[in-house]
Ligand binder design. Structure first.
Ligand code: AMP
Length: 398
């Protein structure tokens, strides 16, 4: 169902309550001051914020940060995020140390057109995760228009992402939400073929849903990361000491049977005798011997996957090919990032999502050379599994 976009709204003078995803890493400097150490998600919300301020709207921003369990935790205050946002916008951002209540109402009343206010962490309130109707109503009262731009939390039905949307006259998608949904819809509904998915990471259990759904449409599904070993073991290939989810062996074997030759597994591996960047490494083809563990895809696999990637017209990638946090086991993931950039240059539509794959493509300096880097890991997986995202579904339909 198409949703109302912020671009179609008259915002001049209006109070625009925007749910953003400012759940960013925050570190502490030598003076004990907290600062934002990766501002990707804040930058991703700037087009929506600027759309409001340039139209003379009053932008009231809401976000969660971390997991404070429904009570205030100074270590998870959004205060440093407000400071960082002000520097990115090059204009003041007023931080309010509460999320609802008389102080918030009075600050909003005093806002001038074009002003930006950031409220305190929504998850300091127990009603947020409980999707409490009372809290949703308090939020709705503060808004002439509600905008959801928090794609990264759209798979959660919380008061600030879902409940409030039902209680306002207009609940629109922000510009980031619109871009995310439009790229992922193209992949889900009408991918130009060959359509290839690359799925990696640690756990098959997290990815069974997406593998199942993608098998409806993919021409090839390239598997990497520790997930590979559960698939290999499920068909009797030795995996030594590699990470395996024994409870998923049956599901993995069933998926392989259903996929025929469309699921590709690594043909060689970077192996070591311990989970350690300094460990002696070697390349093992096929079977991984006892006492060794697979920690990255090997060079023959990289070559084979690269060929498939370069032949594709639509590509989606989620999850690293190995323990990419350790330089000894990062080559496979970096090679896939490069192949994605090359495929994009050749005209393919390429989408990368999930914290680790995004970190890898950013570390390789290739994030601007793919069609789209998704800000949502869990939300992207659930969308591609075909599940409804409550934070999107609750928005006003066109
Ligand atoms: P996920 O959250 O499921 O996408 O998994 C990401 C994590 O999987 C990263 O922290 C990787 O280090 C880890 N990982 C990838 N490949 C392997 C492997 N072969 N053995 C152990 N951990 C792995």
């Amino acid at each position: 169902m198409p949703k109302v976009s912020i671009d179609s709204l008259e915002l001049n003078g209006r109070r625009v309550l925007v749910r953003v995803d400012f759940n960013v890493p925050v570190a502490t400097d030598e003076n004990g001051e907290r600062f934002v150490s990766d501002d990707t998600r804040i930058r991703a919300a700037l087009p929506t914020i600027r759309r409001i301020t340039e139209a003379g709207g009053r932008a009231v921003l809401l976000s969660h940060l971390g997991r404070p369990n429904g009570k205030p935790d100074p270590a998870l205050s959004l205060a440093p995020v407000a400071k960082h946002l002000a520097s990115l916008l090059a204009s003041p951002v007023r931080f309010v140390p509460c999320t609802v209540g008389p102080e918030v109402i009075s600050v909003i009343r005093d806002m001038a057109p074009g002003d930006v206010v950031l409220l305190e962490n929504t998850r300091f309130l127990p009603g947020e995760k409980e999707n409490d109707r009372g809290l949703s109503a308090q939020l709705a009262e503060m808004a002439d228009v509600y905008v959801n731009d928090a794609f990264g939390t759209a798979h959660r039905a919380h008061a600030s992402t879902e409940g409030v949307a039902h209680l306002v006259q207009t609940a629109a998608m922000g510009k980031l939400m619109e871009i995310e949904i439009s790229f992922l819809s193209r992949i889900l509904d009408s991918p130009e073929t060959p359509f290839v998915a690359i799925i990696g990471g640690a756990k098959v259990s997290d990815k069974i849903g997406i593998v199942e759904r993608l098998l409806d449409s993919v021409d090839a599904l390239l598997i990497g990361g520790a997930m590979s070993y559960t698939f290999m073991k499920s068909i009797g290939v030795g995996t030594g000491d590699s990470m395996v989810e024994n409870e998923c062996l049956k599901a993995a074997a069933d998926l392989l049977t259903r996929a025929g030759d469309r699921i590709r597994l690594p043909v060689d591996h970077v192996v070591a005798t311990s989970f350690d960047n300094e460990a002696q490494i070697r390349i093992a083809s096929g079977v991984i011997p006892d006492a060794e563990m697979g920690l990255d895809i090997g060079p023959a696999t990289v070559e084979a996957y690269r060929t498939v990637i370069l032949g594709a017209k639509t590509l989606v990638w989620n999850g690293p090919m190995g323990v990419f946090e350790m330089p000894s086991f990062a080559s496979g993931t970096i090679a896939i990032a490069r192949a994605m950039a090359e495929a994009t240059e050749r005209g393919a539509l390429t989408v990368v999502g999930g914290g680790d794959s995004v970190a890898a493509i950013t570390a390789a300096g290739l994030e601007s050379r793919v069609s789209h880097v998704s800000t949502g890991g869990g939300a992207m997986l659930e969308f591609l599994e075909g599940k409804t995202l409550p934070g999107f579904a609750a928005l006003t339909s066109v």
